[in-house]
Ligand binder design. Structure first.
Ligand SMILES: Cc1ncc(COP(=O)(O)O)c(C=O)c1O
Length: 373
């Protein structure tokens, strides 16, 4: 039986009536720009995450761009980001007018740490963006303590981590998006909370910053035709908000299914030395937006699985410091060895909530057949 990397149709079919009704409601109201659906989602997300402010924007990319613009970059100001993440993290830094500075990551959690960030800090560093990669939070208490000591702003890239959480030093859980003054979420359709198109959200613990972001998303002014700053058009679409409000009610159940799948994979790969399963930091609740292995002979394995109709993905094949568009920043091979090695070893497997244990067994059997056959 073929196993896709992701099957969005299965999720749609399981809640079709509610989704169709929500979309029809917006169409009947003809309120497409901001309005009650967007405000409703902002309030529900703020409650879910335990943050005071949430601002719906057009994409996860803009959810990074607008908070960075809100910091008023000066020429030469630097923002540290991991070299191992989706391109948008770097693109937003660049487009906001900052210079991206790339750091290495932990080889087992794939995330930045205070140590990997400190290794590239300079006198020009203004901010840092820890990415909660694949659905597991970066070690936020260490990172915020380090950032506070150096007067740096922290923006969480929680694009892959809606619902992820972490116990802090006080033993209390903090959600991804509530661990720093500002955070960015993506609701791209393939994300664990996915819209029917592009959509994103900024969350903030700080009223002034949230207000600035809310202005930046409507050309820099709350009052029509009065502009205090130059912003852009980046509103969360009301139709997308309506879809997301329906889906948010199911998110925790879907996360449980993802976590069960991860646990089953872990058991199935325990006897395969060629396969390194994702490590979860002891204080973390991982939501497995991706289930990502480190494997030997990755490209051959991927081809072998593809031959059996089993989907897999490589997130990400090229580290950001070696991307052609950043050549002028002087990145060179060998500079960030962990990120570079991960790009040759990572392989993401199907983990979506509707996968089920039978199809999961097919994937695991396929991987066993490759290494044992
Ligand atoms: C880590 C990370 N940051 C930012 C983004 C950008 O989000 P979007 O695709 O919604 O613009 C993504 C989405 O792919 C992502 O995975």
């Amino acid at each position: 039986m073929p196993v896709p990397l992701l099957d969005l149709t299965a999720q749609y079919q399981s809640i079709k009536d509610d989704l169709d009704a929500a979309l029809a409601g917006v169409v009947a109201s003809q309120r497409f720009i901001l309005g009650p659906e967007v405000e409703g989602l902002e309030a529900e997300m703020a409650r879910y995450l335990g943050v005071p402010h949430a601002v719906g924007v057009a994409s996860g990319t803009d959810a990074l761009l607008l908070p960075l613009m809100a910091l008023d970059p000066r020429p030469g100001d630097e923002v540290i980001i991991p070299a191992f993440t989706f391109f948008a993290t770097a693109g937003a830094v660049w487009n906001a007018g900052f210079r991206p500075v790339f750091c290495d990551v932990d080889p087992f959690t794939f995330n930045v740490t205070a140590e990997t960030l400190e290794a590239v800090r300079t006198g020009r560093t203004r901010a840092v963006i820890p990415v909660h990669l694949f659905g597991q939070m970066a070690p936020m208490s260490g990172i915020t303590e380090w950032a506070d000591a150096h007067g740096l702003v922290v923006i969480e890239d929680a694009a892959q981590a809606v619902g992820a959480r972490q116990r802090g030093p006080d033993g209390l859980p903090v959600m991804a998006g509530a661990a720093a003054p500002m955070a960015a979420f993506s609701f791209f359709p393939t994300k664990n909370l996915g819209a029917f198109g592009d959509a994103g959200m900024v969350t903030s613990l700080d009223e002034t910053l949230a207000e600035r972001v809310a202005k930046l998303r409507v050309h820099g002014g709350r009052q029509m035709y009065h502009h205090e700053m130059v912003g852009t058009n980046s509103r969360l679409d009301a139709l997308q908000a309506a879809v997301l409000r329906v889906k948010l009610k199911h998110l925790d159940r879907w996360t449980d299914a993802r976590r069960e799948h991860a646990c089953a994979y872990e058991g199935r790969f325990a006897d395969l030395p060629e396969v390194i399963t994702p490590r979860v930091a002891e204080n973390n609740f991982h939501v497995y937006n991706q289930y990502t292995l480190r494997v030997r002979r990755r490209d051959d394995l991927r081809e072998f699985l593809g031959g059996k109709g089993i989907g897999s993905g490589v997130y990400y094949p090229v580290p950001l410091h070696l991307q052609e568009c950043f050549a002028e920043l002087g990145g060179r091979k060998g500079q960030l060895p962990v990120a570079e090695q991960l790009c040759t070893e990572v392989l993401s497997l199907p983990v979506f909530p509707e996968l089920g244990m039978d199809r999961l067994a097919e994937v695991a059997d396929g991987i066993h057949a490759f290494y044992e056959g």
